[in-house]
Design a protein around this ligand. Structure first.
Ligand SMILES: C[S@@+](CC[C@H](N)C(=O)[O-])C[C@H]1O[C@@H](n2cnc3c(N)ncnc32)[C@H](O)[C@@H]1O
Length: 284
């Protein structure tokens, strides 16, 4: 059996009892380590699970899935995914490949950033499409996310923005020379995301949002040092939320007064927060 096991969001103890049972009895345990990260080291997981864990990078999962699935018809293989295995990450390719090979699969769900973001006090019912923000470069500033944000904004819905993670990336030079030298990991911050969003708005000029639009920065959701900050995009572009992982929510105009009361508790500046709110939030 191939088991896809959700690990939850923060540390080694967020695995479910059922997930832990699978990990303890599986023949091999892989950790998918490129779409999200746990906030603790792999060694901590191994110590808690009492098992060695094989780190599965993008290359192994996308090109070497048959190695992961080897003899999984006869033995159990656990594939660990941070958060929920099907939350904002799709491992359907791996499951389809397993099916082709006649290997049964089972998923052990867990908390996902898609549901845990409810800790902001924003109602999950009022979210539109989730979007991803990638690191801009001098020459590459993809803005297709802006169209999704626009559709959400037209309905007055909140937008969850998930932020880029770069692990095991090669520099262009090393790639060109075929050198397997990897850059240090990079995780986008709320401040980087807010300023990239403002850059896109400057370029597109469609008024979907602006420097005074309200948003929430969420860091290390589910961890003991979880941090939430509400403010205008201009304010969030300056905020320091500490270590990864970060997400951002752009507030929809239909935000409810109860949502406002909840998020104002962690506003960077209550005055600017209320001034921005009066500019058009809270209408149904
Ligand atoms: C591609 S998603 C993977 C989601 C994961 N499978 C899940 O179900 O939560 C990864 C992104 O979600 C966000 N994220 C994941 N965990 C988070 C956390 N604990 N706190 C804040 N943001 C988080 C970050 O923006 C991160 O780059």
């Amino acid at each position: 059996m191939l088991y896809l096991v959700g690990l939850g969001l923060a540390d080694e103890k967020d695995i479910t009892v059922r997930g832990l049972e699978v990990v303890k009895s599986a023949s091999r345990v892989y950790l998918e380590a490129y779409t999200s990260i746990l906030l603790v080291e792999k060694e901590k997981l191994e110590a808690y699970y009492g098992r060695p864990v094989i780190v599965a990078d993008r290359e192994l999962v996308e090109s070497g899935s048959d190695d992961i699935l080897e003899n999984a018809k006869d033995v159990d293989v656990a594939f660990l995914v941070v958060g929920d295995p099907f939350g904002a990450t799709t491992h359907t390719d791996l499951v389809l490949r397993a099916r082709e090979l006649g290997i049964p699969t089972r998923t052990i769900p867990n908390a996902s950033i898609l549901s845990a973001i409810g800790c902001t006090g924003l109602q999950l019912y009022n979210f539109g499409q989730t979007v991803s923000m990638v690191f801009f470069t001098e020459t590459w500033k993809p803005s297709s996310y802006y169209d999704r944000v626009k559709e959400n904004a037209q309905l007055g819905l909140h937008t969850l923005v998930l932020l880029d993670i770069k692990v095991k990336e090669q520099s262009l030079e090393n790639m060109a020379r075929g050198r397997k030298i990897y850059e240090p990991p990079r995780y986008m911050t709320v401040a980087q995301c807010a300023s990239q969003m403002l850059e896109t708005e400057e370029e597109r000029q469609e008024g979907v949002y602006g420097p005074d639009s309200l948003a929430i920065g969420a860091a290390r959701v589910g961890a003991p040092d979880q941090k939430l900050v509400a403010g205008t995009l201009k304010e969030l572009a300056e905020v320091d939320m500490g270590r990864p992982l970060h997400s951002l929510v752009l507030l929809g105009k239909r935000a409810h007064d109860l949502e406002r009361d909840y998020i104002e508790q962690f506003a960077v500046n209550k005055e600017t927060f209320h001034a921005a709110w009066k500019q058009g939030y809270g209408h149904t």
